[in-house]
Design a protein around this ligand. Structure first.
Ligand code: AMP
Ligand code: MG
Length: 339
């Protein structure tokens, strides 16, 4: 089975719409492959067909800008610059600004400069291997956002350095798609970019959307979450990984070690207003681990989190707790702000 198709089958199960008394004939859909995943956009009401075509175009142009494998993308231009200054577009600048800010806020746990390391592990090609410790140590010399020189839409990387906006790109594209849909007057839409969800309004019945949070241990959902007008983004160790000698190596790298994150978490879902922020935060909080992630949420706020651990516990922050229903087999804990 082609990987994209497989991803589609996995992520298609993420979306469940609430009782559908609205007329399915009024639903318009766009389904296509982009950004290395299967994308499904649904919108309702007047103008939705043309609005979805615009949304699709936005996602395709985000892909053309951000792809690390397309030699013509802006990111490839930065990565092949050999340490020279590169002038970048406002869109790329917006993402890089946010990424560098998140790097600071997370004390380096979120890091867009890890591309040489993810490449060495084979996560970019699927030709997986466990690199030598010496090789990782050597590559760690060129990673780290402190080595990026950035300002006023100009970026310079160190010789041998390369960036990858894979942890943010789908969230950015979802925000772009939401903007053009709203510009066309759409008030009810659900976008699924490979499990990276964005909802406009509620469903056409006026009820919240019901979103499945994937069970990281197998098929189906670990929980359902009701949302209106929100982004819901999950990072998990089941999304891309390989196994060797019974150990799982996932695609999210701990920048401090250069090794795949291995901290007892299976997935982190972030719920908030911005797809870009939720996408970045879900990756960042996954790297942090449970304790630091909860502490970070308590300090920063402005979003909600669902954390699923290897020992089948689900921690849910207070802002979404009432809208959350877990399936059996998990112990659920409500996480509150400290007084
Ligand atoms: P996501 O699926 O949004 O969690 O993003 C994971 C992708 O981000 C990986 O496939 C890498 O391309 C990249 N990545 C891996 N580790 C990190 C990290 N610590 N910080 C930022 N990006 C990362
Ligand atoms: Mg992410």
């Amino acid at each position: 089975m082609k990987i994209q198709k497989l991803i589609f089958l996995l992520t298609a199960s993420l979306i469940l719409t609430s009782c559908s008394s609205y007329n399915e004939a009024d639903v318009n859909k766009e389904e296509f492959l982009a950004m290395d995943t299967y994308i499904s956009l649904s919108a309702y009401g007047e103008n939705s067909e043309v609005a979805l075509a615009n949304a699709r175009r936005e996602i395709k142009s985000a892909e053309a800008l951000l792809s690390v494998t397309d030699p013509n993308s802006e990111i490839s231009r930065i990565n092949s610059s050999g340490g020279e200054d590169v002038v970048i577009s406002d869109d790329t600048a917006q993402i890089i600004n946010f990424a560098l800010h998140l790097n600071e806020l997370t004390e380096g746990d979120f890091d867009i400069t890890l591309y040489p390391i993810t490449k060495e592990w084979g996560f970019t090609t699927g030709e997986y291997k466990i690199p030598d410790k010496e090789k990782i140590a050597e590559l760690l010399e060129v990673t780290g956002c402190e080595n990026v020189i950035y300002g006023d839409n100009v970026i310079a990387l160190p010789e041998g350095g390369a960036i990858d906006l894979g942890a943010l790109g789908k969230g950015f594209a979802a925000d772009k798609a939401v903007t053009v849909l709203k510009e066309k007057g759409i008030t009810s839409a659900l976008l699924n970019l490979g499990g990276n969800i964005a909802a406009i309004g509620g469903n056409p019945n006026g009820n919240p959307w019901s979103i499945g949070i994937q069970n990281p241990f197998g098929e189906g959902n670990a929980a359902l979450l009701k949302i209106t007008d929100k982004a819901v983004v999950t990072s998990g160790n089941y999304q891309r990984y390989f196994e060797q000698n019974g150990k799982r190596y996932c695609h999210i790298i701990d920048p401090k070690t250069g090794f795949p994150t291995d901290n007892g978490l299976m997935s982190v879902t972030v719920v908030g207003d911005s797809g870009l922020a939720c996408d970045g935060l879900s990756t960042a909080l996954f790297v942090m681990g449970e304790e630091k992630a909860i502490e970070f949420w308590r300090q920063q706020g402005g979003f909600d989190v669902i954390i699923i651990t290897e020992d089948k516990r689900i921690s849910v922050t207070e802002g979404i707790y009432e809208n959350f229903t877990a399936e059996g087999g998990f112990t659920v804990e409500k996480v509150e702000k400290l007084q």
